[in-house]
Each structure stands twice: as C-alpha cells, then as structure tokens.
Design a protein around this ligand. Structure first.
Ligand code: ZN
Ligand code: ZN
Length: 417
C-alpha cells in the first residue's frame, strides 16, 4: 500500500485496498500483459492509485488514468464560450476507442459530486452531454458490446457523502458513505473474492430460470403502474459476471444485484411511475410518470426536473424507447440500507428498473455475432443515451407471459415469487 496517498482518516484503508483488489481481480479479471485505461475524478485519487498498484501486481501492461476534476468542469460552464458546448475532445475518445480495439481493459472510478451541475444552465448541460455522447460513441460501443472486459467502482467523495448524509458532520458523512460502498461492494467480508463467486452463482441461477422460461413479455402492476414490457426477439437475461469477446469474464458493475435483458423497442404499452428520484447530470428528477404506446413514450411528467426530463426524451428517437429492463428484489442489501445514493451504480441495484435509450447487444442470444441491423430487427433500441430509473418497490407484482399468453408469477410484493 502507498504511504503517500492522501486517504481521508474517515475511510478504512484496509477496506479501500480490498476494493481496489476486487476491482482488478473480480471486476476486470485483468489478464497478464493487458493494458488498462482508467478514468477517475481527482477526488478519487487514493483509490485510483491503489487500483494501479493491484493492476501492475496482476501483470498489467500499461495502466493509463484520465482524471477529471469537478472545479475544472464548473469553470467550463461558468466561463466557457457558448460554441464550446457543442464540442467534445474527439481525439481523446478516439484514442480510447483505439486502445479498446487493441485489447485494453476499461475501468471507471465514480466519485464526483452528483449535483455538481445542478445550478448550471440545463441547455448547456444537455448540449455538452450530447456532444460528449457523440464523440464517445465509438469507444462506448466497444464497452457495451463487451469487446473487452470492463468495470465501474465507486469512491466516497466528500461532496457526494454530504448529499447522501446531509445531517452529519463532513467526516462522519464520508465514513458512512465509505462503509455503505464497502458493504454494497462486498469488500467488508473475510474473503471478498470468494464472496463474489458465490454471489455470481446466485445471480446465474436467476438468469438461467428466466432464459428457460423465455417470456414474451413482463407485466408490472403496482401503485401508478400498469405496464406491459414486450421482450426483444432472441433476448437473453444477464446478471453478475459476463464473458467478454476477448475471452475474459468480468463483473462490469461493482456492486451489482440486478438481472437484466432487452425490451422490444416497439412493444411496450401502459403507464409507469418512478419509485425513487433519478439523479441525472446534477438534476434531481422526481415522481416521473410516463405512458407508452407502441414502445414510445407519448406522455411524460415529473414533479421535479420535468424540463430536464423532456430534454432527455428529445435527445433522439431512441431516447423515448426502452433499452433495458432489470429485476432486483426489494430485499437486496442496497435496498435494505434505505439510502438514496444519487448514483445509478448504487440506486439501480436497490430496485427493479428500466432504462431509456441504448440496449446492450450482449443481452441477445449470440449477441456478439449480430449486426446492428439484426439487433434493430429483433427489437433492440438505439440511442445516444442510456438512463436507468427505478420502478420497483415492495408493492410491485410482476408476471411473465409466454407466447400463448399464460402467466407465471415472477415477483410478488417486490420479491422473487
Ligand atoms: Zn440496470
Ligand atoms: Zn442500465
């Protein structure tokens, strides 16, 4: 372990080191000689350093870390020229795509302030996001298509901690968020790597059952929700570990509790209400209510952040259609913590959710060999965005419907039936 890393005394250094080890050995299963491209906020430097150590100990080729900084991001929004909001650092994204094409693994350390851009002009935020998404697309397709092994882990940034625990003094808030991250990421146990193997096996038994059932659609009912989600033709349920095309099995999200698949972009009907606020690029969008017709959102409201929601839906044609449906029991450890993390990596593992936008080609049978045209023909959605929001709770029932219309209970009161 480094002796000069500025780790806050509120963060258990042993558990932080275990998180770095889990990121490399479970999240990425980094192969000897493999290069690693990491992105991290400056605030997460202590974790990025520990991850780099574990990567080289595991035989990494070259480890390259690209840092971002909240204050620099704010400086752009406050003083940047108007034209600059339609631009992105294309050359940097092209470089990442090239690294992935050459076999580099990808690791993201999330630890920025989720509300950083809350006070900035939503139009500028949306333009900057769109420009970034376009530039990032070639690299992102290699990630979402599992050309390479990738993972995301989180660091307890002080501004984030203050948002999750607003009534605690700064140090205590960081300690509480750190402990919540360590528990959710399964690094507060004696043997985290073995614990993850058992967890992956449990998720695998769920996906095996759902794939054998091969439901045509899922019917969600609950307060404010009566939604039929048609599943894409040839969809496949995934969860836990994934085999990337480069032959490496990775855990793309640390933590993860979900099993998920691809909805049919044109076969979603009915109404659905969110059960948790969505924190999107610094804006809190709360009490979302939408209505689908033919897979498309034709009506959308929110009690808070509605203007941002409407902008998101107008990103492109696919932004109004679903790219993911995921099942998480209400008793998942993250749900039981009762916390709102303002961070999808955690909040999506507390409840069943759907995602607007891009689908995962990996969530199709033989997804790796399908062309984008075949994926679209089978009902896979295409968009610049992929935004998860929570529709599960202890009051949601889910039925699976097969080709003949016969119903099988999948979840009752938010738990596996
Ligand atoms: Zn998900
Ligand atoms: Zn998602």
């Amino acid at each position: 372990m480094s002796t000069n890393s500025p780790i806050s005394p509120a963060i258990d250094p042993v558990k932080l080191d275990k998180l770095a080890e889990v990121a490399i050995r479970v999240g990425l299963q980094l192969a000897p000689g493999q290069d690693l491209v990491m992105t991290s906020s400056m605030a997460a430097l202590p974790l990025a350093r520990l991850i780099t150590e574990h990567a080289y100990k595991a035989g990494a080729g070259l480890v390259t870390c690209l840092f971002s900084d909240d204050e620099m991001t704010l400086a752009r929004f406050r003083y940047g020229s108007d034209d600059s909001f339609d631009r992105a650092a294309d050359w940097l994204y092209e470089g990442q795509a090239k690294a992935f094409a050459n076999g580099a693994a990808r690791l993201a350390v999330r630890g920025e302030n989720p509300m950083l851009l809350a006070g900035e002009d939503p139009a500028k935020v949306s333009r900057a996001n769109k420009a970034n998404s376009l530039a990032y697309r070639p690299a992102l397709e290699k990630i979402t298509g599992f050309d390479i092994n990738w993972t995301i882990v989180a660091y307890p940034d002080a501004a984030w901690a203050k948002l999750v625990f607003p009534n605690d003094p700064d140090e205590l808030a960081v300690k509480k968020l750190a402990d919540a991250i360590f528990a959710a990421s399964r690094v507060d146990v004696a043997d985290p790597v073995a614990n993850w193997q058992a967890h992956n096996a449990a998720l695998k038994s769920r996906t095996t059952w759902l794939n054998e059932k091969n439901f045509q659609s899922l019917h969600f009912t609950g307060p404010g929700t009566d939604l039929r989600i048609g599943l894409a033709d040839g969809h496949e349920w995934k969860g836990g570990a994934s085999l990337a095309k480069n032959g490496v099995t990775c855990n793309p999200n640390i933590p993860t509790e979900e099993v998920f698949t691809t909805p049919h972009a044109h076969r979603v009907e009915g109404r659905v209400s969110s059960t948790k606020p969505l924190s999107y690029q610094g804006t809190l969008i709360d009490n979302i209510e939408v209505r689908f017709e033919g897979g498309r959102i034709v009506e959308a409201n929110a009690s808070k952040g509605e203007a941002v929601l409407q902008k998101v839906l107008d990103t492109d044609e696919g932004a109004r259609r679903l790219g993911e449906v995921a099942l998480v029991p209400h008793s998942s450890p993250i749900s039981k913590s009762g916390l709102l993390f303002y961070n999808t990596l955690f909040d999506e593992n507390a409840a069943c959710h759907i995602a607007l936008g891009q689908c995962y080609s990996d969530c199709f049978v033989n997804g790796a060999s399908l062309t984008p045209e075949q994926i679209a023909a089978q009902g896979g959605n295409k968009s610049l965005i992929h935004i998860d929001w929570m529709i599960g709770s202890g009051q949601i029932d889910i039925d699976g419907l097969d080709a003949s219309g016969a119903r099988t209970p999948v979840m009752r009161k938010g738990e596996w039936a």
